[in-house]
Write a protein that binds this ligand. Structure first.
Ligand code: DX5
Ligand code: ZN
Length: 220
């Protein structure tokens, strides 16, 4: 198993102290910033948009992993690339021409990710694997932080790992939702590489320590 990649989700940060929380991640063992963009249509919640993303980007010194929970993401890809996204992940369920969208993301110089909702089978992306750098297996229904991981999603990560191995795909598997010290080991054993963690990091008494422990836990 490679070193786990830890991506704290800014959604759980204190938005009145955003710079402080961004610096906290800069100085921690975290690897990426996870940025959740919600439009109130693809998911029943609205998070934040470009002004906030640009404020984060100004201070962030680690890659921005942008998770678009929006309909018709093609409309905004260029703007997210310009705002400094290292990876842009779109939802399978939101893309009519997924291959075209992924190709465009790479043309813009970003890594391309696809997120799958709980009910979407891993085989949905089988025919576009060559265009994918990262697969985000949702471990909750997207839209809100602080939810409990849906146990069946662990088996889905295992299936995704099998699919990627079968196709010799180097794509990373990212898991998002309910990742904490109780769930991270099972997810890592199932084959996940990247671990998004919002509540378990930012609501901890010592977020930097929480990140360190998450990073060490899969090997414990
Ligand atoms: C939910 C988002 C997640 C969320 C995770 O739709 O995609 O990234 O912030 O939050 P926790 O870690 O609290 O489950
Ligand atoms: Zn997310």
């Amino acid at each position: 198993m490679n070193q786990p990649i830890i991506a704290p989700s800014i959604l759980a940060a204190d938005f009145a102290n955003l710079q402080r929380d961004v610096e906290l991640i800069n100085h921690s063992d975290a690897d990426w910033f996870h940025i959740d963009i919600m439009d109130g249509e693809f998911v029943p919640n609205i998070s934040f948009g470009f002004p906030v993303l640009e404020a984060i980007q100004k201070h962030a010194r680690k890659p921005l992993d942008v998770h678009l929970m929006i309909v018709q993401p093609d409309r905004y890809l260029e703007q997210f690339a310009k705002a400094g996204a290292a990876t842009i992940t779109v939802h399978y369920e939101a893309c009519t021409h997924l291959h075209r969208t992924l190709t465009r993301i790479r043309e813009l110089g970003c890594k391309a990710g696809v997120a799958l909702n709980l009910q979407t089978p891993v085989t949905a992306i089988e025919d576009v694997l060559d265009s994918i750098d990262q697969v985000l297996v949702m471990t909750i229904n997207p839209g809100f932080g602080g939810q409990k991981l849906v146990p069946a999603s662990i088996q889905k990560v295992r299936k995704m790992r099998r699919l990627l191995t079968e196709h010799q795909s180097p794509a990373l598997i990212e898991v998002d939702g309910g990742v904490d010290l109780n769930t991270i080991t099972a997810l890592a054993e199932a084959g996940a590489d990247v671990f998004v963690a919002g509540t378990s990091v930012f609501k901890a008494d010592d977020p930097a320590a929480a990140i360190r422990t998450l990073k060490e836990r899969p090997f414990a």
